[in-house]
Design a protein around this ligand. Structure first.
Ligand code: MN
Ligand code: MN
Length: 464
């Protein structure tokens, strides 16, 4: 045999791309970019996914419904997570094909008592969400998104807040120090140049013109007057709000060849979007029930009612199984899961953190990741050789351009995904996702080829 036959060689995706796929990459990327601009929070993403699913004939599921092969249903978890399913021909005892990804992304959350005035300007106190490099969030335009549950004499009214996303809207900013006065700051460690407590969001300057003699904080008052006029809220209503600041820029093409997309929130919408679109695109009834499970709270450990560790998924599967008289444990045991999350793309600007043979490369396709974790594979599910073999066979059989990935050099750092929580349920699980440059930055970069291959790969998996 020749070395070509005997060696495993990580080729560029472009060497393997068929003309059929080549023409599909750019149009698919346009849909994804529009999704990113709409879906900057998990709530926004869920609302958009419901719209997309209903347009494809999916119905809201409730546990009294009888399910039949070919049925298309979705179930929302508190507006922050969603499961989409196409019921398959086989019994649930034969297992499901599950793609699990997350909809939350690192951002700057607004606190419960956030509003104050200092130096003649009004600010929000914040608490960052997820693993960010804090300095990257200074001096960039931010927009405000979320909900406020306004409590008024026993009545609760939920209002949506989107400020900064429409043309002509104002935006917000967390200011940084000028270099001229930054000699102390510049000599500090990067983790200390701005403290979490100092990530305060600039809101306003102009004082209220009210005659209120007792009020000392006229700028703060002007902000509350605005918010009351706009949303009917008082300062106390911040206690029942989920507001966050997210980057105010939209997704755009990067490079002369437009081969990349730069945007906020690729992690993990670059996996959750294709996991959903591949499911919505299933024309025929698949053999096994196919499900895209898109959850919240991955960036802070998958805890909570909307995270992967919540019983939401178990309850939904139990409801599906009960209708068929199948114990859910039997369904889990025969299921397969792609834990769809991003990995780092090899970055020639920072080669020292990568190991070239094993790290994924931008443009080499969907990355299959046997294990993540840190310090000797801690905090990972480490997929079995048998499962890796099945996935290789599925992807190769459908001409999916794929590669293997990992999370950098051994002992360089590491990280986890939702994979272990699914694997702990006795579901055969392996990570697969799109390689990302500048992961967790307010502006991340991915390759369109990899995005499209994620869509194609998840489709092949659902049909397997
Ligand atoms: Mn992720
Ligand atoms: Mn992440």
């Amino acid at each position: 045999m020749t070395s070509e036959q005997l060696f495993f060689d990580k080729k560029s995706g472009f060497d393997r791309l068929t003309e059929d796929d080549r023409v599909r990459i750019a149009p698919y990327a346009e849909g994804y970019k529009a999704f990113l601009d709409t879906a900057k929070t998990e709530r926004d993403a869920v609302a958009e996914l419901i719209r997309m699913a209903e347009a494809k004939g999916f119905r809201a599921y409730d546990r009294t419904m009888a399910l039949h092969p070919g049925d298309r249903v979705y179930k929302v978890n508190r507006g922050k997570g969603i499961a989409l399913a196409v019921i398959g021909q086989k019994s649930l005892a034969e297992g499901i094909r599950l793609a699990a990804a997350h909809l939350d992304a690192p951002r700057i959350d607004i606190r419960t008592v956030p509003l104050y005035e200092d130096g003649g300007m009004a600010y929000f106190k914040t608490h960052y969400y997820g693993g960010i490099k804090k300095y990257q969030w200074l001096a960039i335009p931010l927009e405000l998104r979320g909900v406020v549950c306004v409590c008024d004499k026993g009545e609760i009214r939920k209002v949506d807040v989107h400020i900064g996303d429409k043309p002509g809207d104002p935006k917000f900013v967390i200011t940084d120090l000028l270099p001229h006065l930054a000699s102390d700051q510049m000599s500090k460690k990067v983790t200390e140049i701005v403290k979490g407590e100092d990530l305060n969001l600039l809101l306003a300057l102009e004082p209220s013109r009210t005659e209120d003699e007792k009020c000392k904080d006229k700028v703060k008052l002007a902000v509350m007057e605005y918010l009351h006029a706009e949303y009917g809220m008082t300062e106390a209503d911040f206690q029942s709000a989920e507001l966050c600041a997210v980057p105010a820029w939209n997704a755009c093409d990067i490079g002369f060849d437009r081969a990349f997309i730069g945007a906020y929130g690729h992690d993990d919408r670059v996996c959750s979007y294709p996991a959903a679109t591949a499911l919505l695109a299933l024309e025929d009834t698949p053999e096994h029930t196919a499900m895209a499970l898109l959850v919240d709270k991955e960036e802070i450990g998958s805890d909570g009612v909307t995270g992967m560790q919540s019983r939401f998924f178990d309850t939904l599967l139990a409801d599906f199984c009960r209708a068929e008289g199948v114990p859910p444990e039997i369904c889990y045991e025969s299921s397969m899961c792609l834990s769809a999350d991003v990995c780092n793309a090899f970055d020639p600007n920072f080669p020292e953190v990568s190991e070239r043979r094993n790290d994924a490369r931008a443009g080499s396709g969907l990355a299959l990741i046997k294990y993540t974790g840190a310090r000797g594979k801690s905090g990972t599910s480490d997929a079995t050789a048998e499962l890796m073999a099945r996935m290789r066979t599925i992807f190769d059989g459908a001409d999916v351009i794929w590669q293997t990935g990992q999370l950098g050099r051994v002992d360089q750092g590491g990280g986890g995904t939702v994979a272990m929580y699914l694997a702990n349920r006795n579901i055969d699980t392996v990570d697969a996702g799109v390689p990302v440059l500048s992961m967790h930055a307010p502006f991340e970069t991915i390759a369109k080829l990899d995005l499209y291959m994620a869509h194609k790969g998840f489709g092949a998996f659902y049909r397997a």
